[in-house]
Design a protein around this ligand. Structure first.
Ligand SMILES: CC(C)(COP(=O)(O)OP(=O)(O)OC[C@H]1O[C@@H](n2cnc3c(N)ncnc32)[C@H](O)[C@@H]1OP(=O)(O)O)[C@@H](O)C(=O)NCCC(=O)NCCS
Length: 172
């Protein structure tokens, strides 16, 4: 994947961002940004990074990150056998939501936003251990998007993961 991120800068969601007009076509993801993201940030449940069009003050895209864990018995055998069984739960990073406003979709921003989230997750994993980035795609189209970037489906779950050691290879 191309890692060119010229003129691409995500920032923490703040009160001055115009999030009311954000529309990605998925009501759940739109409503989350409109109504809940700010509250979750205040409560330290997640962090929300936005890509802002400064000229017209419009949020072009956003994603959320938080700590989570997945039961060791959920990961595929090939991965599980390399992990000490004392880790009943694997520490992971949840990329809970990722969306691009309809006006900006299909222009490469989804890919750039995903790369930004993966890079941030990898950098954080250098200070606080995290085995993988987890996503929980809303539907098959979203699943296809993540499959394209190497995410692996967790058996018996809608969730997908990308090992941090795979992500590391992209950035180091
Ligand atoms: C999914 C989403 C984030 C993709 O963003 P985008 O800016 O439209 O995607 P990009 O233009 O960066 O596309 C990047 C690549 O992914 C592919 N792609 C985009 N959407 C895809 C999908 N649903 N399934 C498979 N591939 C997809 C593109 O063809 C492109 O491939 P290429 O680099 O080989 O040309 C965006 O369409 C969106 O916000 N959708 C609504 C919310 C949603 O479904 N979020 C998913 C998380 S639950």
């Amino acid at each position: 994947m191309s890692l060119s991120q010229n003129k691409f800068k995500t920032e923490l969601l703040a009160s001055y961002h115009n999030k009311k007009e954000f529309c990605c076509g998925e009501a759940m993801l739109d409503n989350y940004l409109h109504k809940q993201a700010g509250q979750d940030v205040k409560r330290k449940l997640s962090v929300c990074f936005v890509l802002n069009d400064e000229q017209i003050n419009l949020v072009k895209g956003y994603y959320t990150l938080s700590n989570n864990g997945i039961p060791l018995n959920l990961v595929p055998d090939l991965v599980r056998k390399k992990i000490p069984s004392s880790y009943a739960t694997l520490p992971t990073t949840l990329l809970g939501r990722l969306a691009i406003d309809k006006r900006y979709q299909s222009g490469g921003l989804g890919k750039l936003l995903l790369v930004d989230a993966l890079k941030r997750s990898w950098q954080l994993s250098l200070e606080i251990g995290s085995f993988a980035v987890i996503v929980d795609p809303l539907h098959d189209k979203a699943k296809d998007f993540y499959l394209k970037y190497g995410f692996i489906e967790l058996p018996d779950s809608k969730k997908m993961f990308l090992p941090m050691n795979t992500i590391k290879q992209l950035f180091s």
